[in-house]
Design a protein around this ligand. Structure first.
Ligand code: KIV
Length: 260
């Protein structure tokens, strides 16, 4: 898939499916299960490296994981995260985005809105497709006091809508909305002609993204010996991924209980 195809999903009303992947084996399985987008997310800092947040992930780690994923993907569009502090000013942002594109990613994702305008402009000018990330922004964990659902009060909701509109006007291809009330995600999705991809943002987003280990019930750490994980093995895992694809496409995921 090419990034230009994303708009067609929005126009046709078909929901976009997205899962994270960090390695070749899972990426290959996810790709073959028909997931539309694969995100090499900096969530790998937590779910692969065992850190408390995503801020320790480096550019060279992102390049390493992006290469592993893109080597095996035939169908899905691969999006790679620009990690914490890798896009502080236009020149380094461009250099780092090019490293991810050279590693095989078709699009890069970055967090933030208006404060990133210069960065977004520099990447778009150089034909680097961008997925933006609004709402809860994990890379801001150290600077944000209310690290929880975003856009609950009028001012912050207004800011998210304005940021999304600005990012669209600058040329970004899609916007991830993380942990925002469903009504706000619905409003943003309605106002944009580019797709929104939600995580904890309700059913009205144009697509849904989940961290692969979360949706497969894979938990970090040593489990007691009486535990058996029945999802282990290709059949169980691929069934789970196919169920995710089906549930997003037929709009039974997320339910109200899974939204804010
Ligand atoms: O890094 C990541 O996995 C993400 C998703 C949670 C959207 O940004």
């Amino acid at each position: 898939m090419r990034h230009a195809d994303l708009k067609q999903f929005k126009q046709s009303g078909e929901k976009i499916t997205c899962l994270t992947a960090y390695d070749a084996s899972l990426a290959k399985l996810i790709d073959r299960c028909g997931v539309d987008l694969i995100l090499v997310g900096d969530s790998l800092g937590m779910v692969v490296q065992g850190d408390a947040n995503t801020c320790s992930v480096t550019m060279s780690e992102m390049v390493y994981h992006t290469k592993a994923v893109t080597k095996v993907c035939k169908r899905a569009l691969v999006v790679a995260d620009l990690p914490f502090q890798s896009y502080e000013e236009p020149l380094s942002a461009l250099e780092n985005a090019k490293l991810l594109i050279n590693a095989g990613a078709q699009m890069v994702k970055l967090e933030g809105g208006a404060e990133r305008q210069e960065i977004v402009e520099a990447l778009i000018k150089n034909d680097i497709p961008i997925c933006a990330h609004l709402g809860l922004q994990p890379q801001k964990v150290k600077e944000v006091s209310d690290y929880k659902i975003q856009g609950r009060d009028q001012n912050s909701a207004k800011r998210i809508v304005e940021d999304a509109l600005l990012l669209e006007s600058l040329g970004v291809s899609a916007v991830v909305l993380e942990c925002v009330p469903s009504s706000l995600a619905s409003l943003v999705s309605e106002q944009l002609s580019i797709p929104t991809i939600g995580i904890g943002a309700g059913k009205d987003c144009d697509g849904q993204v989940l961290v692969c280990f979360d949706m497969l019930g894979i938990t970090q750490g040593k489990l007691p010996r009486f535990v058996r994980d029945f999802t282990v093995g290709n059949q169980g895992v691929s069934r789970a991924i196919k169920a995710f694809v089906e549930a997003v496409k037929n709009q039974s995921f997320p339910s109200e209980e899974e939204s804010y």
